[in-house]
Design a protein around this ligand. Structure first.
Ligand code: 0L1
Ligand code: MG
Length: 291
């Protein structure tokens, strides 16, 4: 499928300045801007430091302003040598939406710094409070450019499908955030692991693909692919259409994480987590060591 939009790091010139904000009491609060929130979020990530959500002080920080912050930090990630390799969706399942209190899906960036080789432990020394969630992962054969992309069109651009998991890590205390906070925070990005079996999309019914989540030998959650927007291909179409609104498209070769199928589980040092898919194999991870 032809790619209509280009994928480029967004220009800083597009970033709006935020007006000074006042608390309900009328007292002026911190004067956050797109630039200062972006810098603070990257600093929190680099320093393994959590903070309270910006919307406590900047209630107008909405999804689209969060996207501008996310885009600015993508530019900074690329400037420091990371490669853009794809996108990830957040909150595509009801389980995740209910748990996080944000009731619509959104899109964030994946760079090569977020790849964790299968078999590595949770890199606790780089993370604040990691949680693990199972995901259906696509590798794109063709590009995909919205608007108006359907699930069937999206699936025809997929080269292979994997099971896998994401290690999310919010920069917000207790994962407490609103839509603007979490989109700014690149949808709590941390790391992801791709499972051992890749299949052509025509050879699997993804809506029926099951997953069991095991923590320390106990099955704690389960879902099927239908938990993700009815079909993970719907999430892929949603990503293409949402990115088109932002002037971007999905590129051939990109990885797309379609969103946590279940609520995420904690992965503290010493724990062990596995996700078992019906047809896409199992992935295991050790919680690693206290940093
Ligand atoms: O911290 C979060 O749960 C927000 C990111 C959601 C990621 C996902 O749904 O896959
Ligand atoms: Mg996820």
């Amino acid at each position: 499928m032809a790619t209509k939009a280009t994928t480029k790091a967004p220009s800083k010139a597009t970033a709006k300045k935020a007006a000074p904000r006042k608390a309900a009491s009328g007292k002026a609060k911190a004067n956050w801007t797109i630039e200062s929130v972006a810098a603070e979020l990257l600093a929190c990530e680099d320093e393994r430091r959590e903070r309270e959500p910006f919307t406590d002080e900047w209630p107008e920080l909405d999804l689209d302003t969060g996207y501008q912050i996310q885009d600015l930090n993508l530019t900074k990630r690329l400037e420091r040598g990371e490669q853009l390799i794809g996108v990830k969706l957040g909150l595509t399942s009801r389980a995740k939406q209910q748990r996080m209190g944000v009731h619509f899906p959104f899109v964030a960036w994946l760079t090569d710094a977020m790849i964790l080789p299968a078999g590595d432990p949770v890199p606790q020394h780089k993370l604040i409070h990691p949680r693990i969630e199972p995901e259906i992962v696509f590798v794109m054969g063709d590009g995909l450019a919205g608007p108006g992309v359907s699930c069937a069109q999206a699936m025809s651009a997929v080269e292979s499908v994997y099971g896998g998991f994401e290690i999310i890590d919010s920069r917000y205390h207790n994962f407490r955030f609103k839509a603007g906070d979490v989109s700014a925070d690149n949808a709590s990005s941390g790391f992801y692991v791709t499972g051992p079996i890749g299949v052509h999309p025509s050879s699997i019914d993804l809506a029926l693909e099951g997953v069991l989540v095991e923590v320390d030998g106990q099955i704690v959650d389960s879902a099927t692919g239908a938990a993700v927007q009815g079909h993970p291909g719907e999430a892929l179409a949603l990503a293409a259409n949402d990115l088109a609104r932002r002037g971007h498209s999905i590129e051939p070769g990109w990885v797309v994480l379609t969103g946590g199928m279940t609520d995420a589980v904690f992965a503290p040092p010493g724990s062990s987590v596995a996700v078992h898919f019906t047809n896409l194999g199992s992935c295991f991870i050790n919680g690693g060591e206290q940093p």
